[in-house]
Design a protein around this ligand. Structure first.
Ligand SMILES: NC(=O)c1ccc[n+]([C@@H]2O[C@H](COP(=O)([O-])OP(=O)(O)OC[C@H]3O[C@@H](n4cnc5c(N)ncnc54)[C@H](O)[C@@H]3O)[C@@H](O)[C@H]2O)c1
Length: 269
């Protein structure tokens, strides 16, 4: 039976991926710093007859990812899908967001993935079996946004990191495939952090966007697994949202125009 390891699995997209992986008959290894949340997700999977292992994990710590890999291989003997999915989001003007919040964004959103790669890629290569690594970026990895610079800057980094990874692994033996997952709005708790005074309106607008236009995590997971089954590198479940904005952004760069807030509705055409 195949095995999926999912970071950020206590909530939102990660929990949805875990539920669907288990429903498809996979053994799932759930990792998050929120152990209580993880145990709830694991208990619900087990109640449906699935197999789930909850492992308290802080993706910012290499030792924690190494321990996760040890536990996954000890429990199930193999890993077929690795979802590097944990992420955090802070809002505010970039010069007003604290150093601690900036550091946390880099540590979780970027180094969290690198730590996952260091822990798992050598074992995946040694196993010499087909596997897939799926790194979660965001539409924000293509579209810079005001009021969430640490998020969009780190998600741009995830887009670049994941392409580097894909070409490095393809140059080896090609058995380990890579996907870049770029969600649009999904109804999760990603905007859980209270906004600053400066970002209060923006925070309300974006939270509303998720609620009004977002997929549920379970709907979203169906799109992700369908793309994995098709073997896709670019997993973009809401292309109707990304593509027009990406074309507009590319045009801005090609014509050397001034930046605009791409997600503002009036700039979408
Ligand atoms: N919800 C959206 O609309 C949306 C859009 C684009 C991208 N994303 C991305 O999807 C991924 C999942 O986010 P979500 O929307 O489900 O949000 P979420 O907040 O519901 O889930 C994120 C999970 O990551 C965990 N986490 C945070 N820091 C961690 C750490 N140091 N170690 C381990 N776990 C940690 C949290 O505890 C939480 O369970 C993130 O990378 C996010 O940036 C979400």
């Amino acid at each position: 039976m195949s095995v999926a390891v999912i970071t950020g699995a206590a909530s939102g997209i990660g929990a949805g991926l875990a539920r669907l992986a288990a429903a498809k008959g996979m053994n799932v290894v759930l990792a998050d710093r929120d152990l209580a949340g993880l145990e709830q997700v694991a208990a619900a999977i087990k109640a449906q007859g699935g197999s789930a292992l909850a492992v308290a994990t802080d993706v910012t710590q290499q030792a924690s990812l190494d321990a996760l890999a040890d536990k996954a291989y000890a429990a199930y003997g193999q890993v077929d899908l690795l979802f590097n999915n944990a992420g955090v989001l802070s809002t505010g003007n970039c010069w007003e967001i604290s150093d601690a919040k900036w550091q946390q964004s880099w540590q979780v959103n970027v180094n969290g993935i690198v730590n996952g790669l260091r822990a798992f890629v050598p074992r995946l290569l040694q196993a010499n079996r087909p596997a897939r690594i799926i790194n979660t970026a965001s539409m924000g990895g293509f579209l810079p946004s005001p009021m969430m610079a640490p998020y969009t800057a780190t998600k741009f980094a995830v887009v670049a990191l994941t392409e580097s990874l894909a070409t490095e692994l393809a140059a080896l033996n090609g058995k380990i495939k890579v996907s870049l997952l770029a969600p649009g709005p999904v109804k999760t708790a990603i905007f859980r952090e209270a906004p600053s005074e400066a970002s209060s309106d923006f925070h309300g607008m974006m939270s509303g966007l998720l609620e009004q236009n977002g997929l549920t995590p379970d709907e979203f997971a169906e799109h992700v697994f369908a793309a994995i089954e098709r073997g896709e590198y670019w997993i973009i479940p809401q292309p109707e949202m990304l593509d027009p904005l990406l074309q507009a952004r590319n045009k801005i760069i090609e014509t050397r125009a001034d930046p605009v807030f791409a997600w503002a509705p009036e700039t979408a055409d």
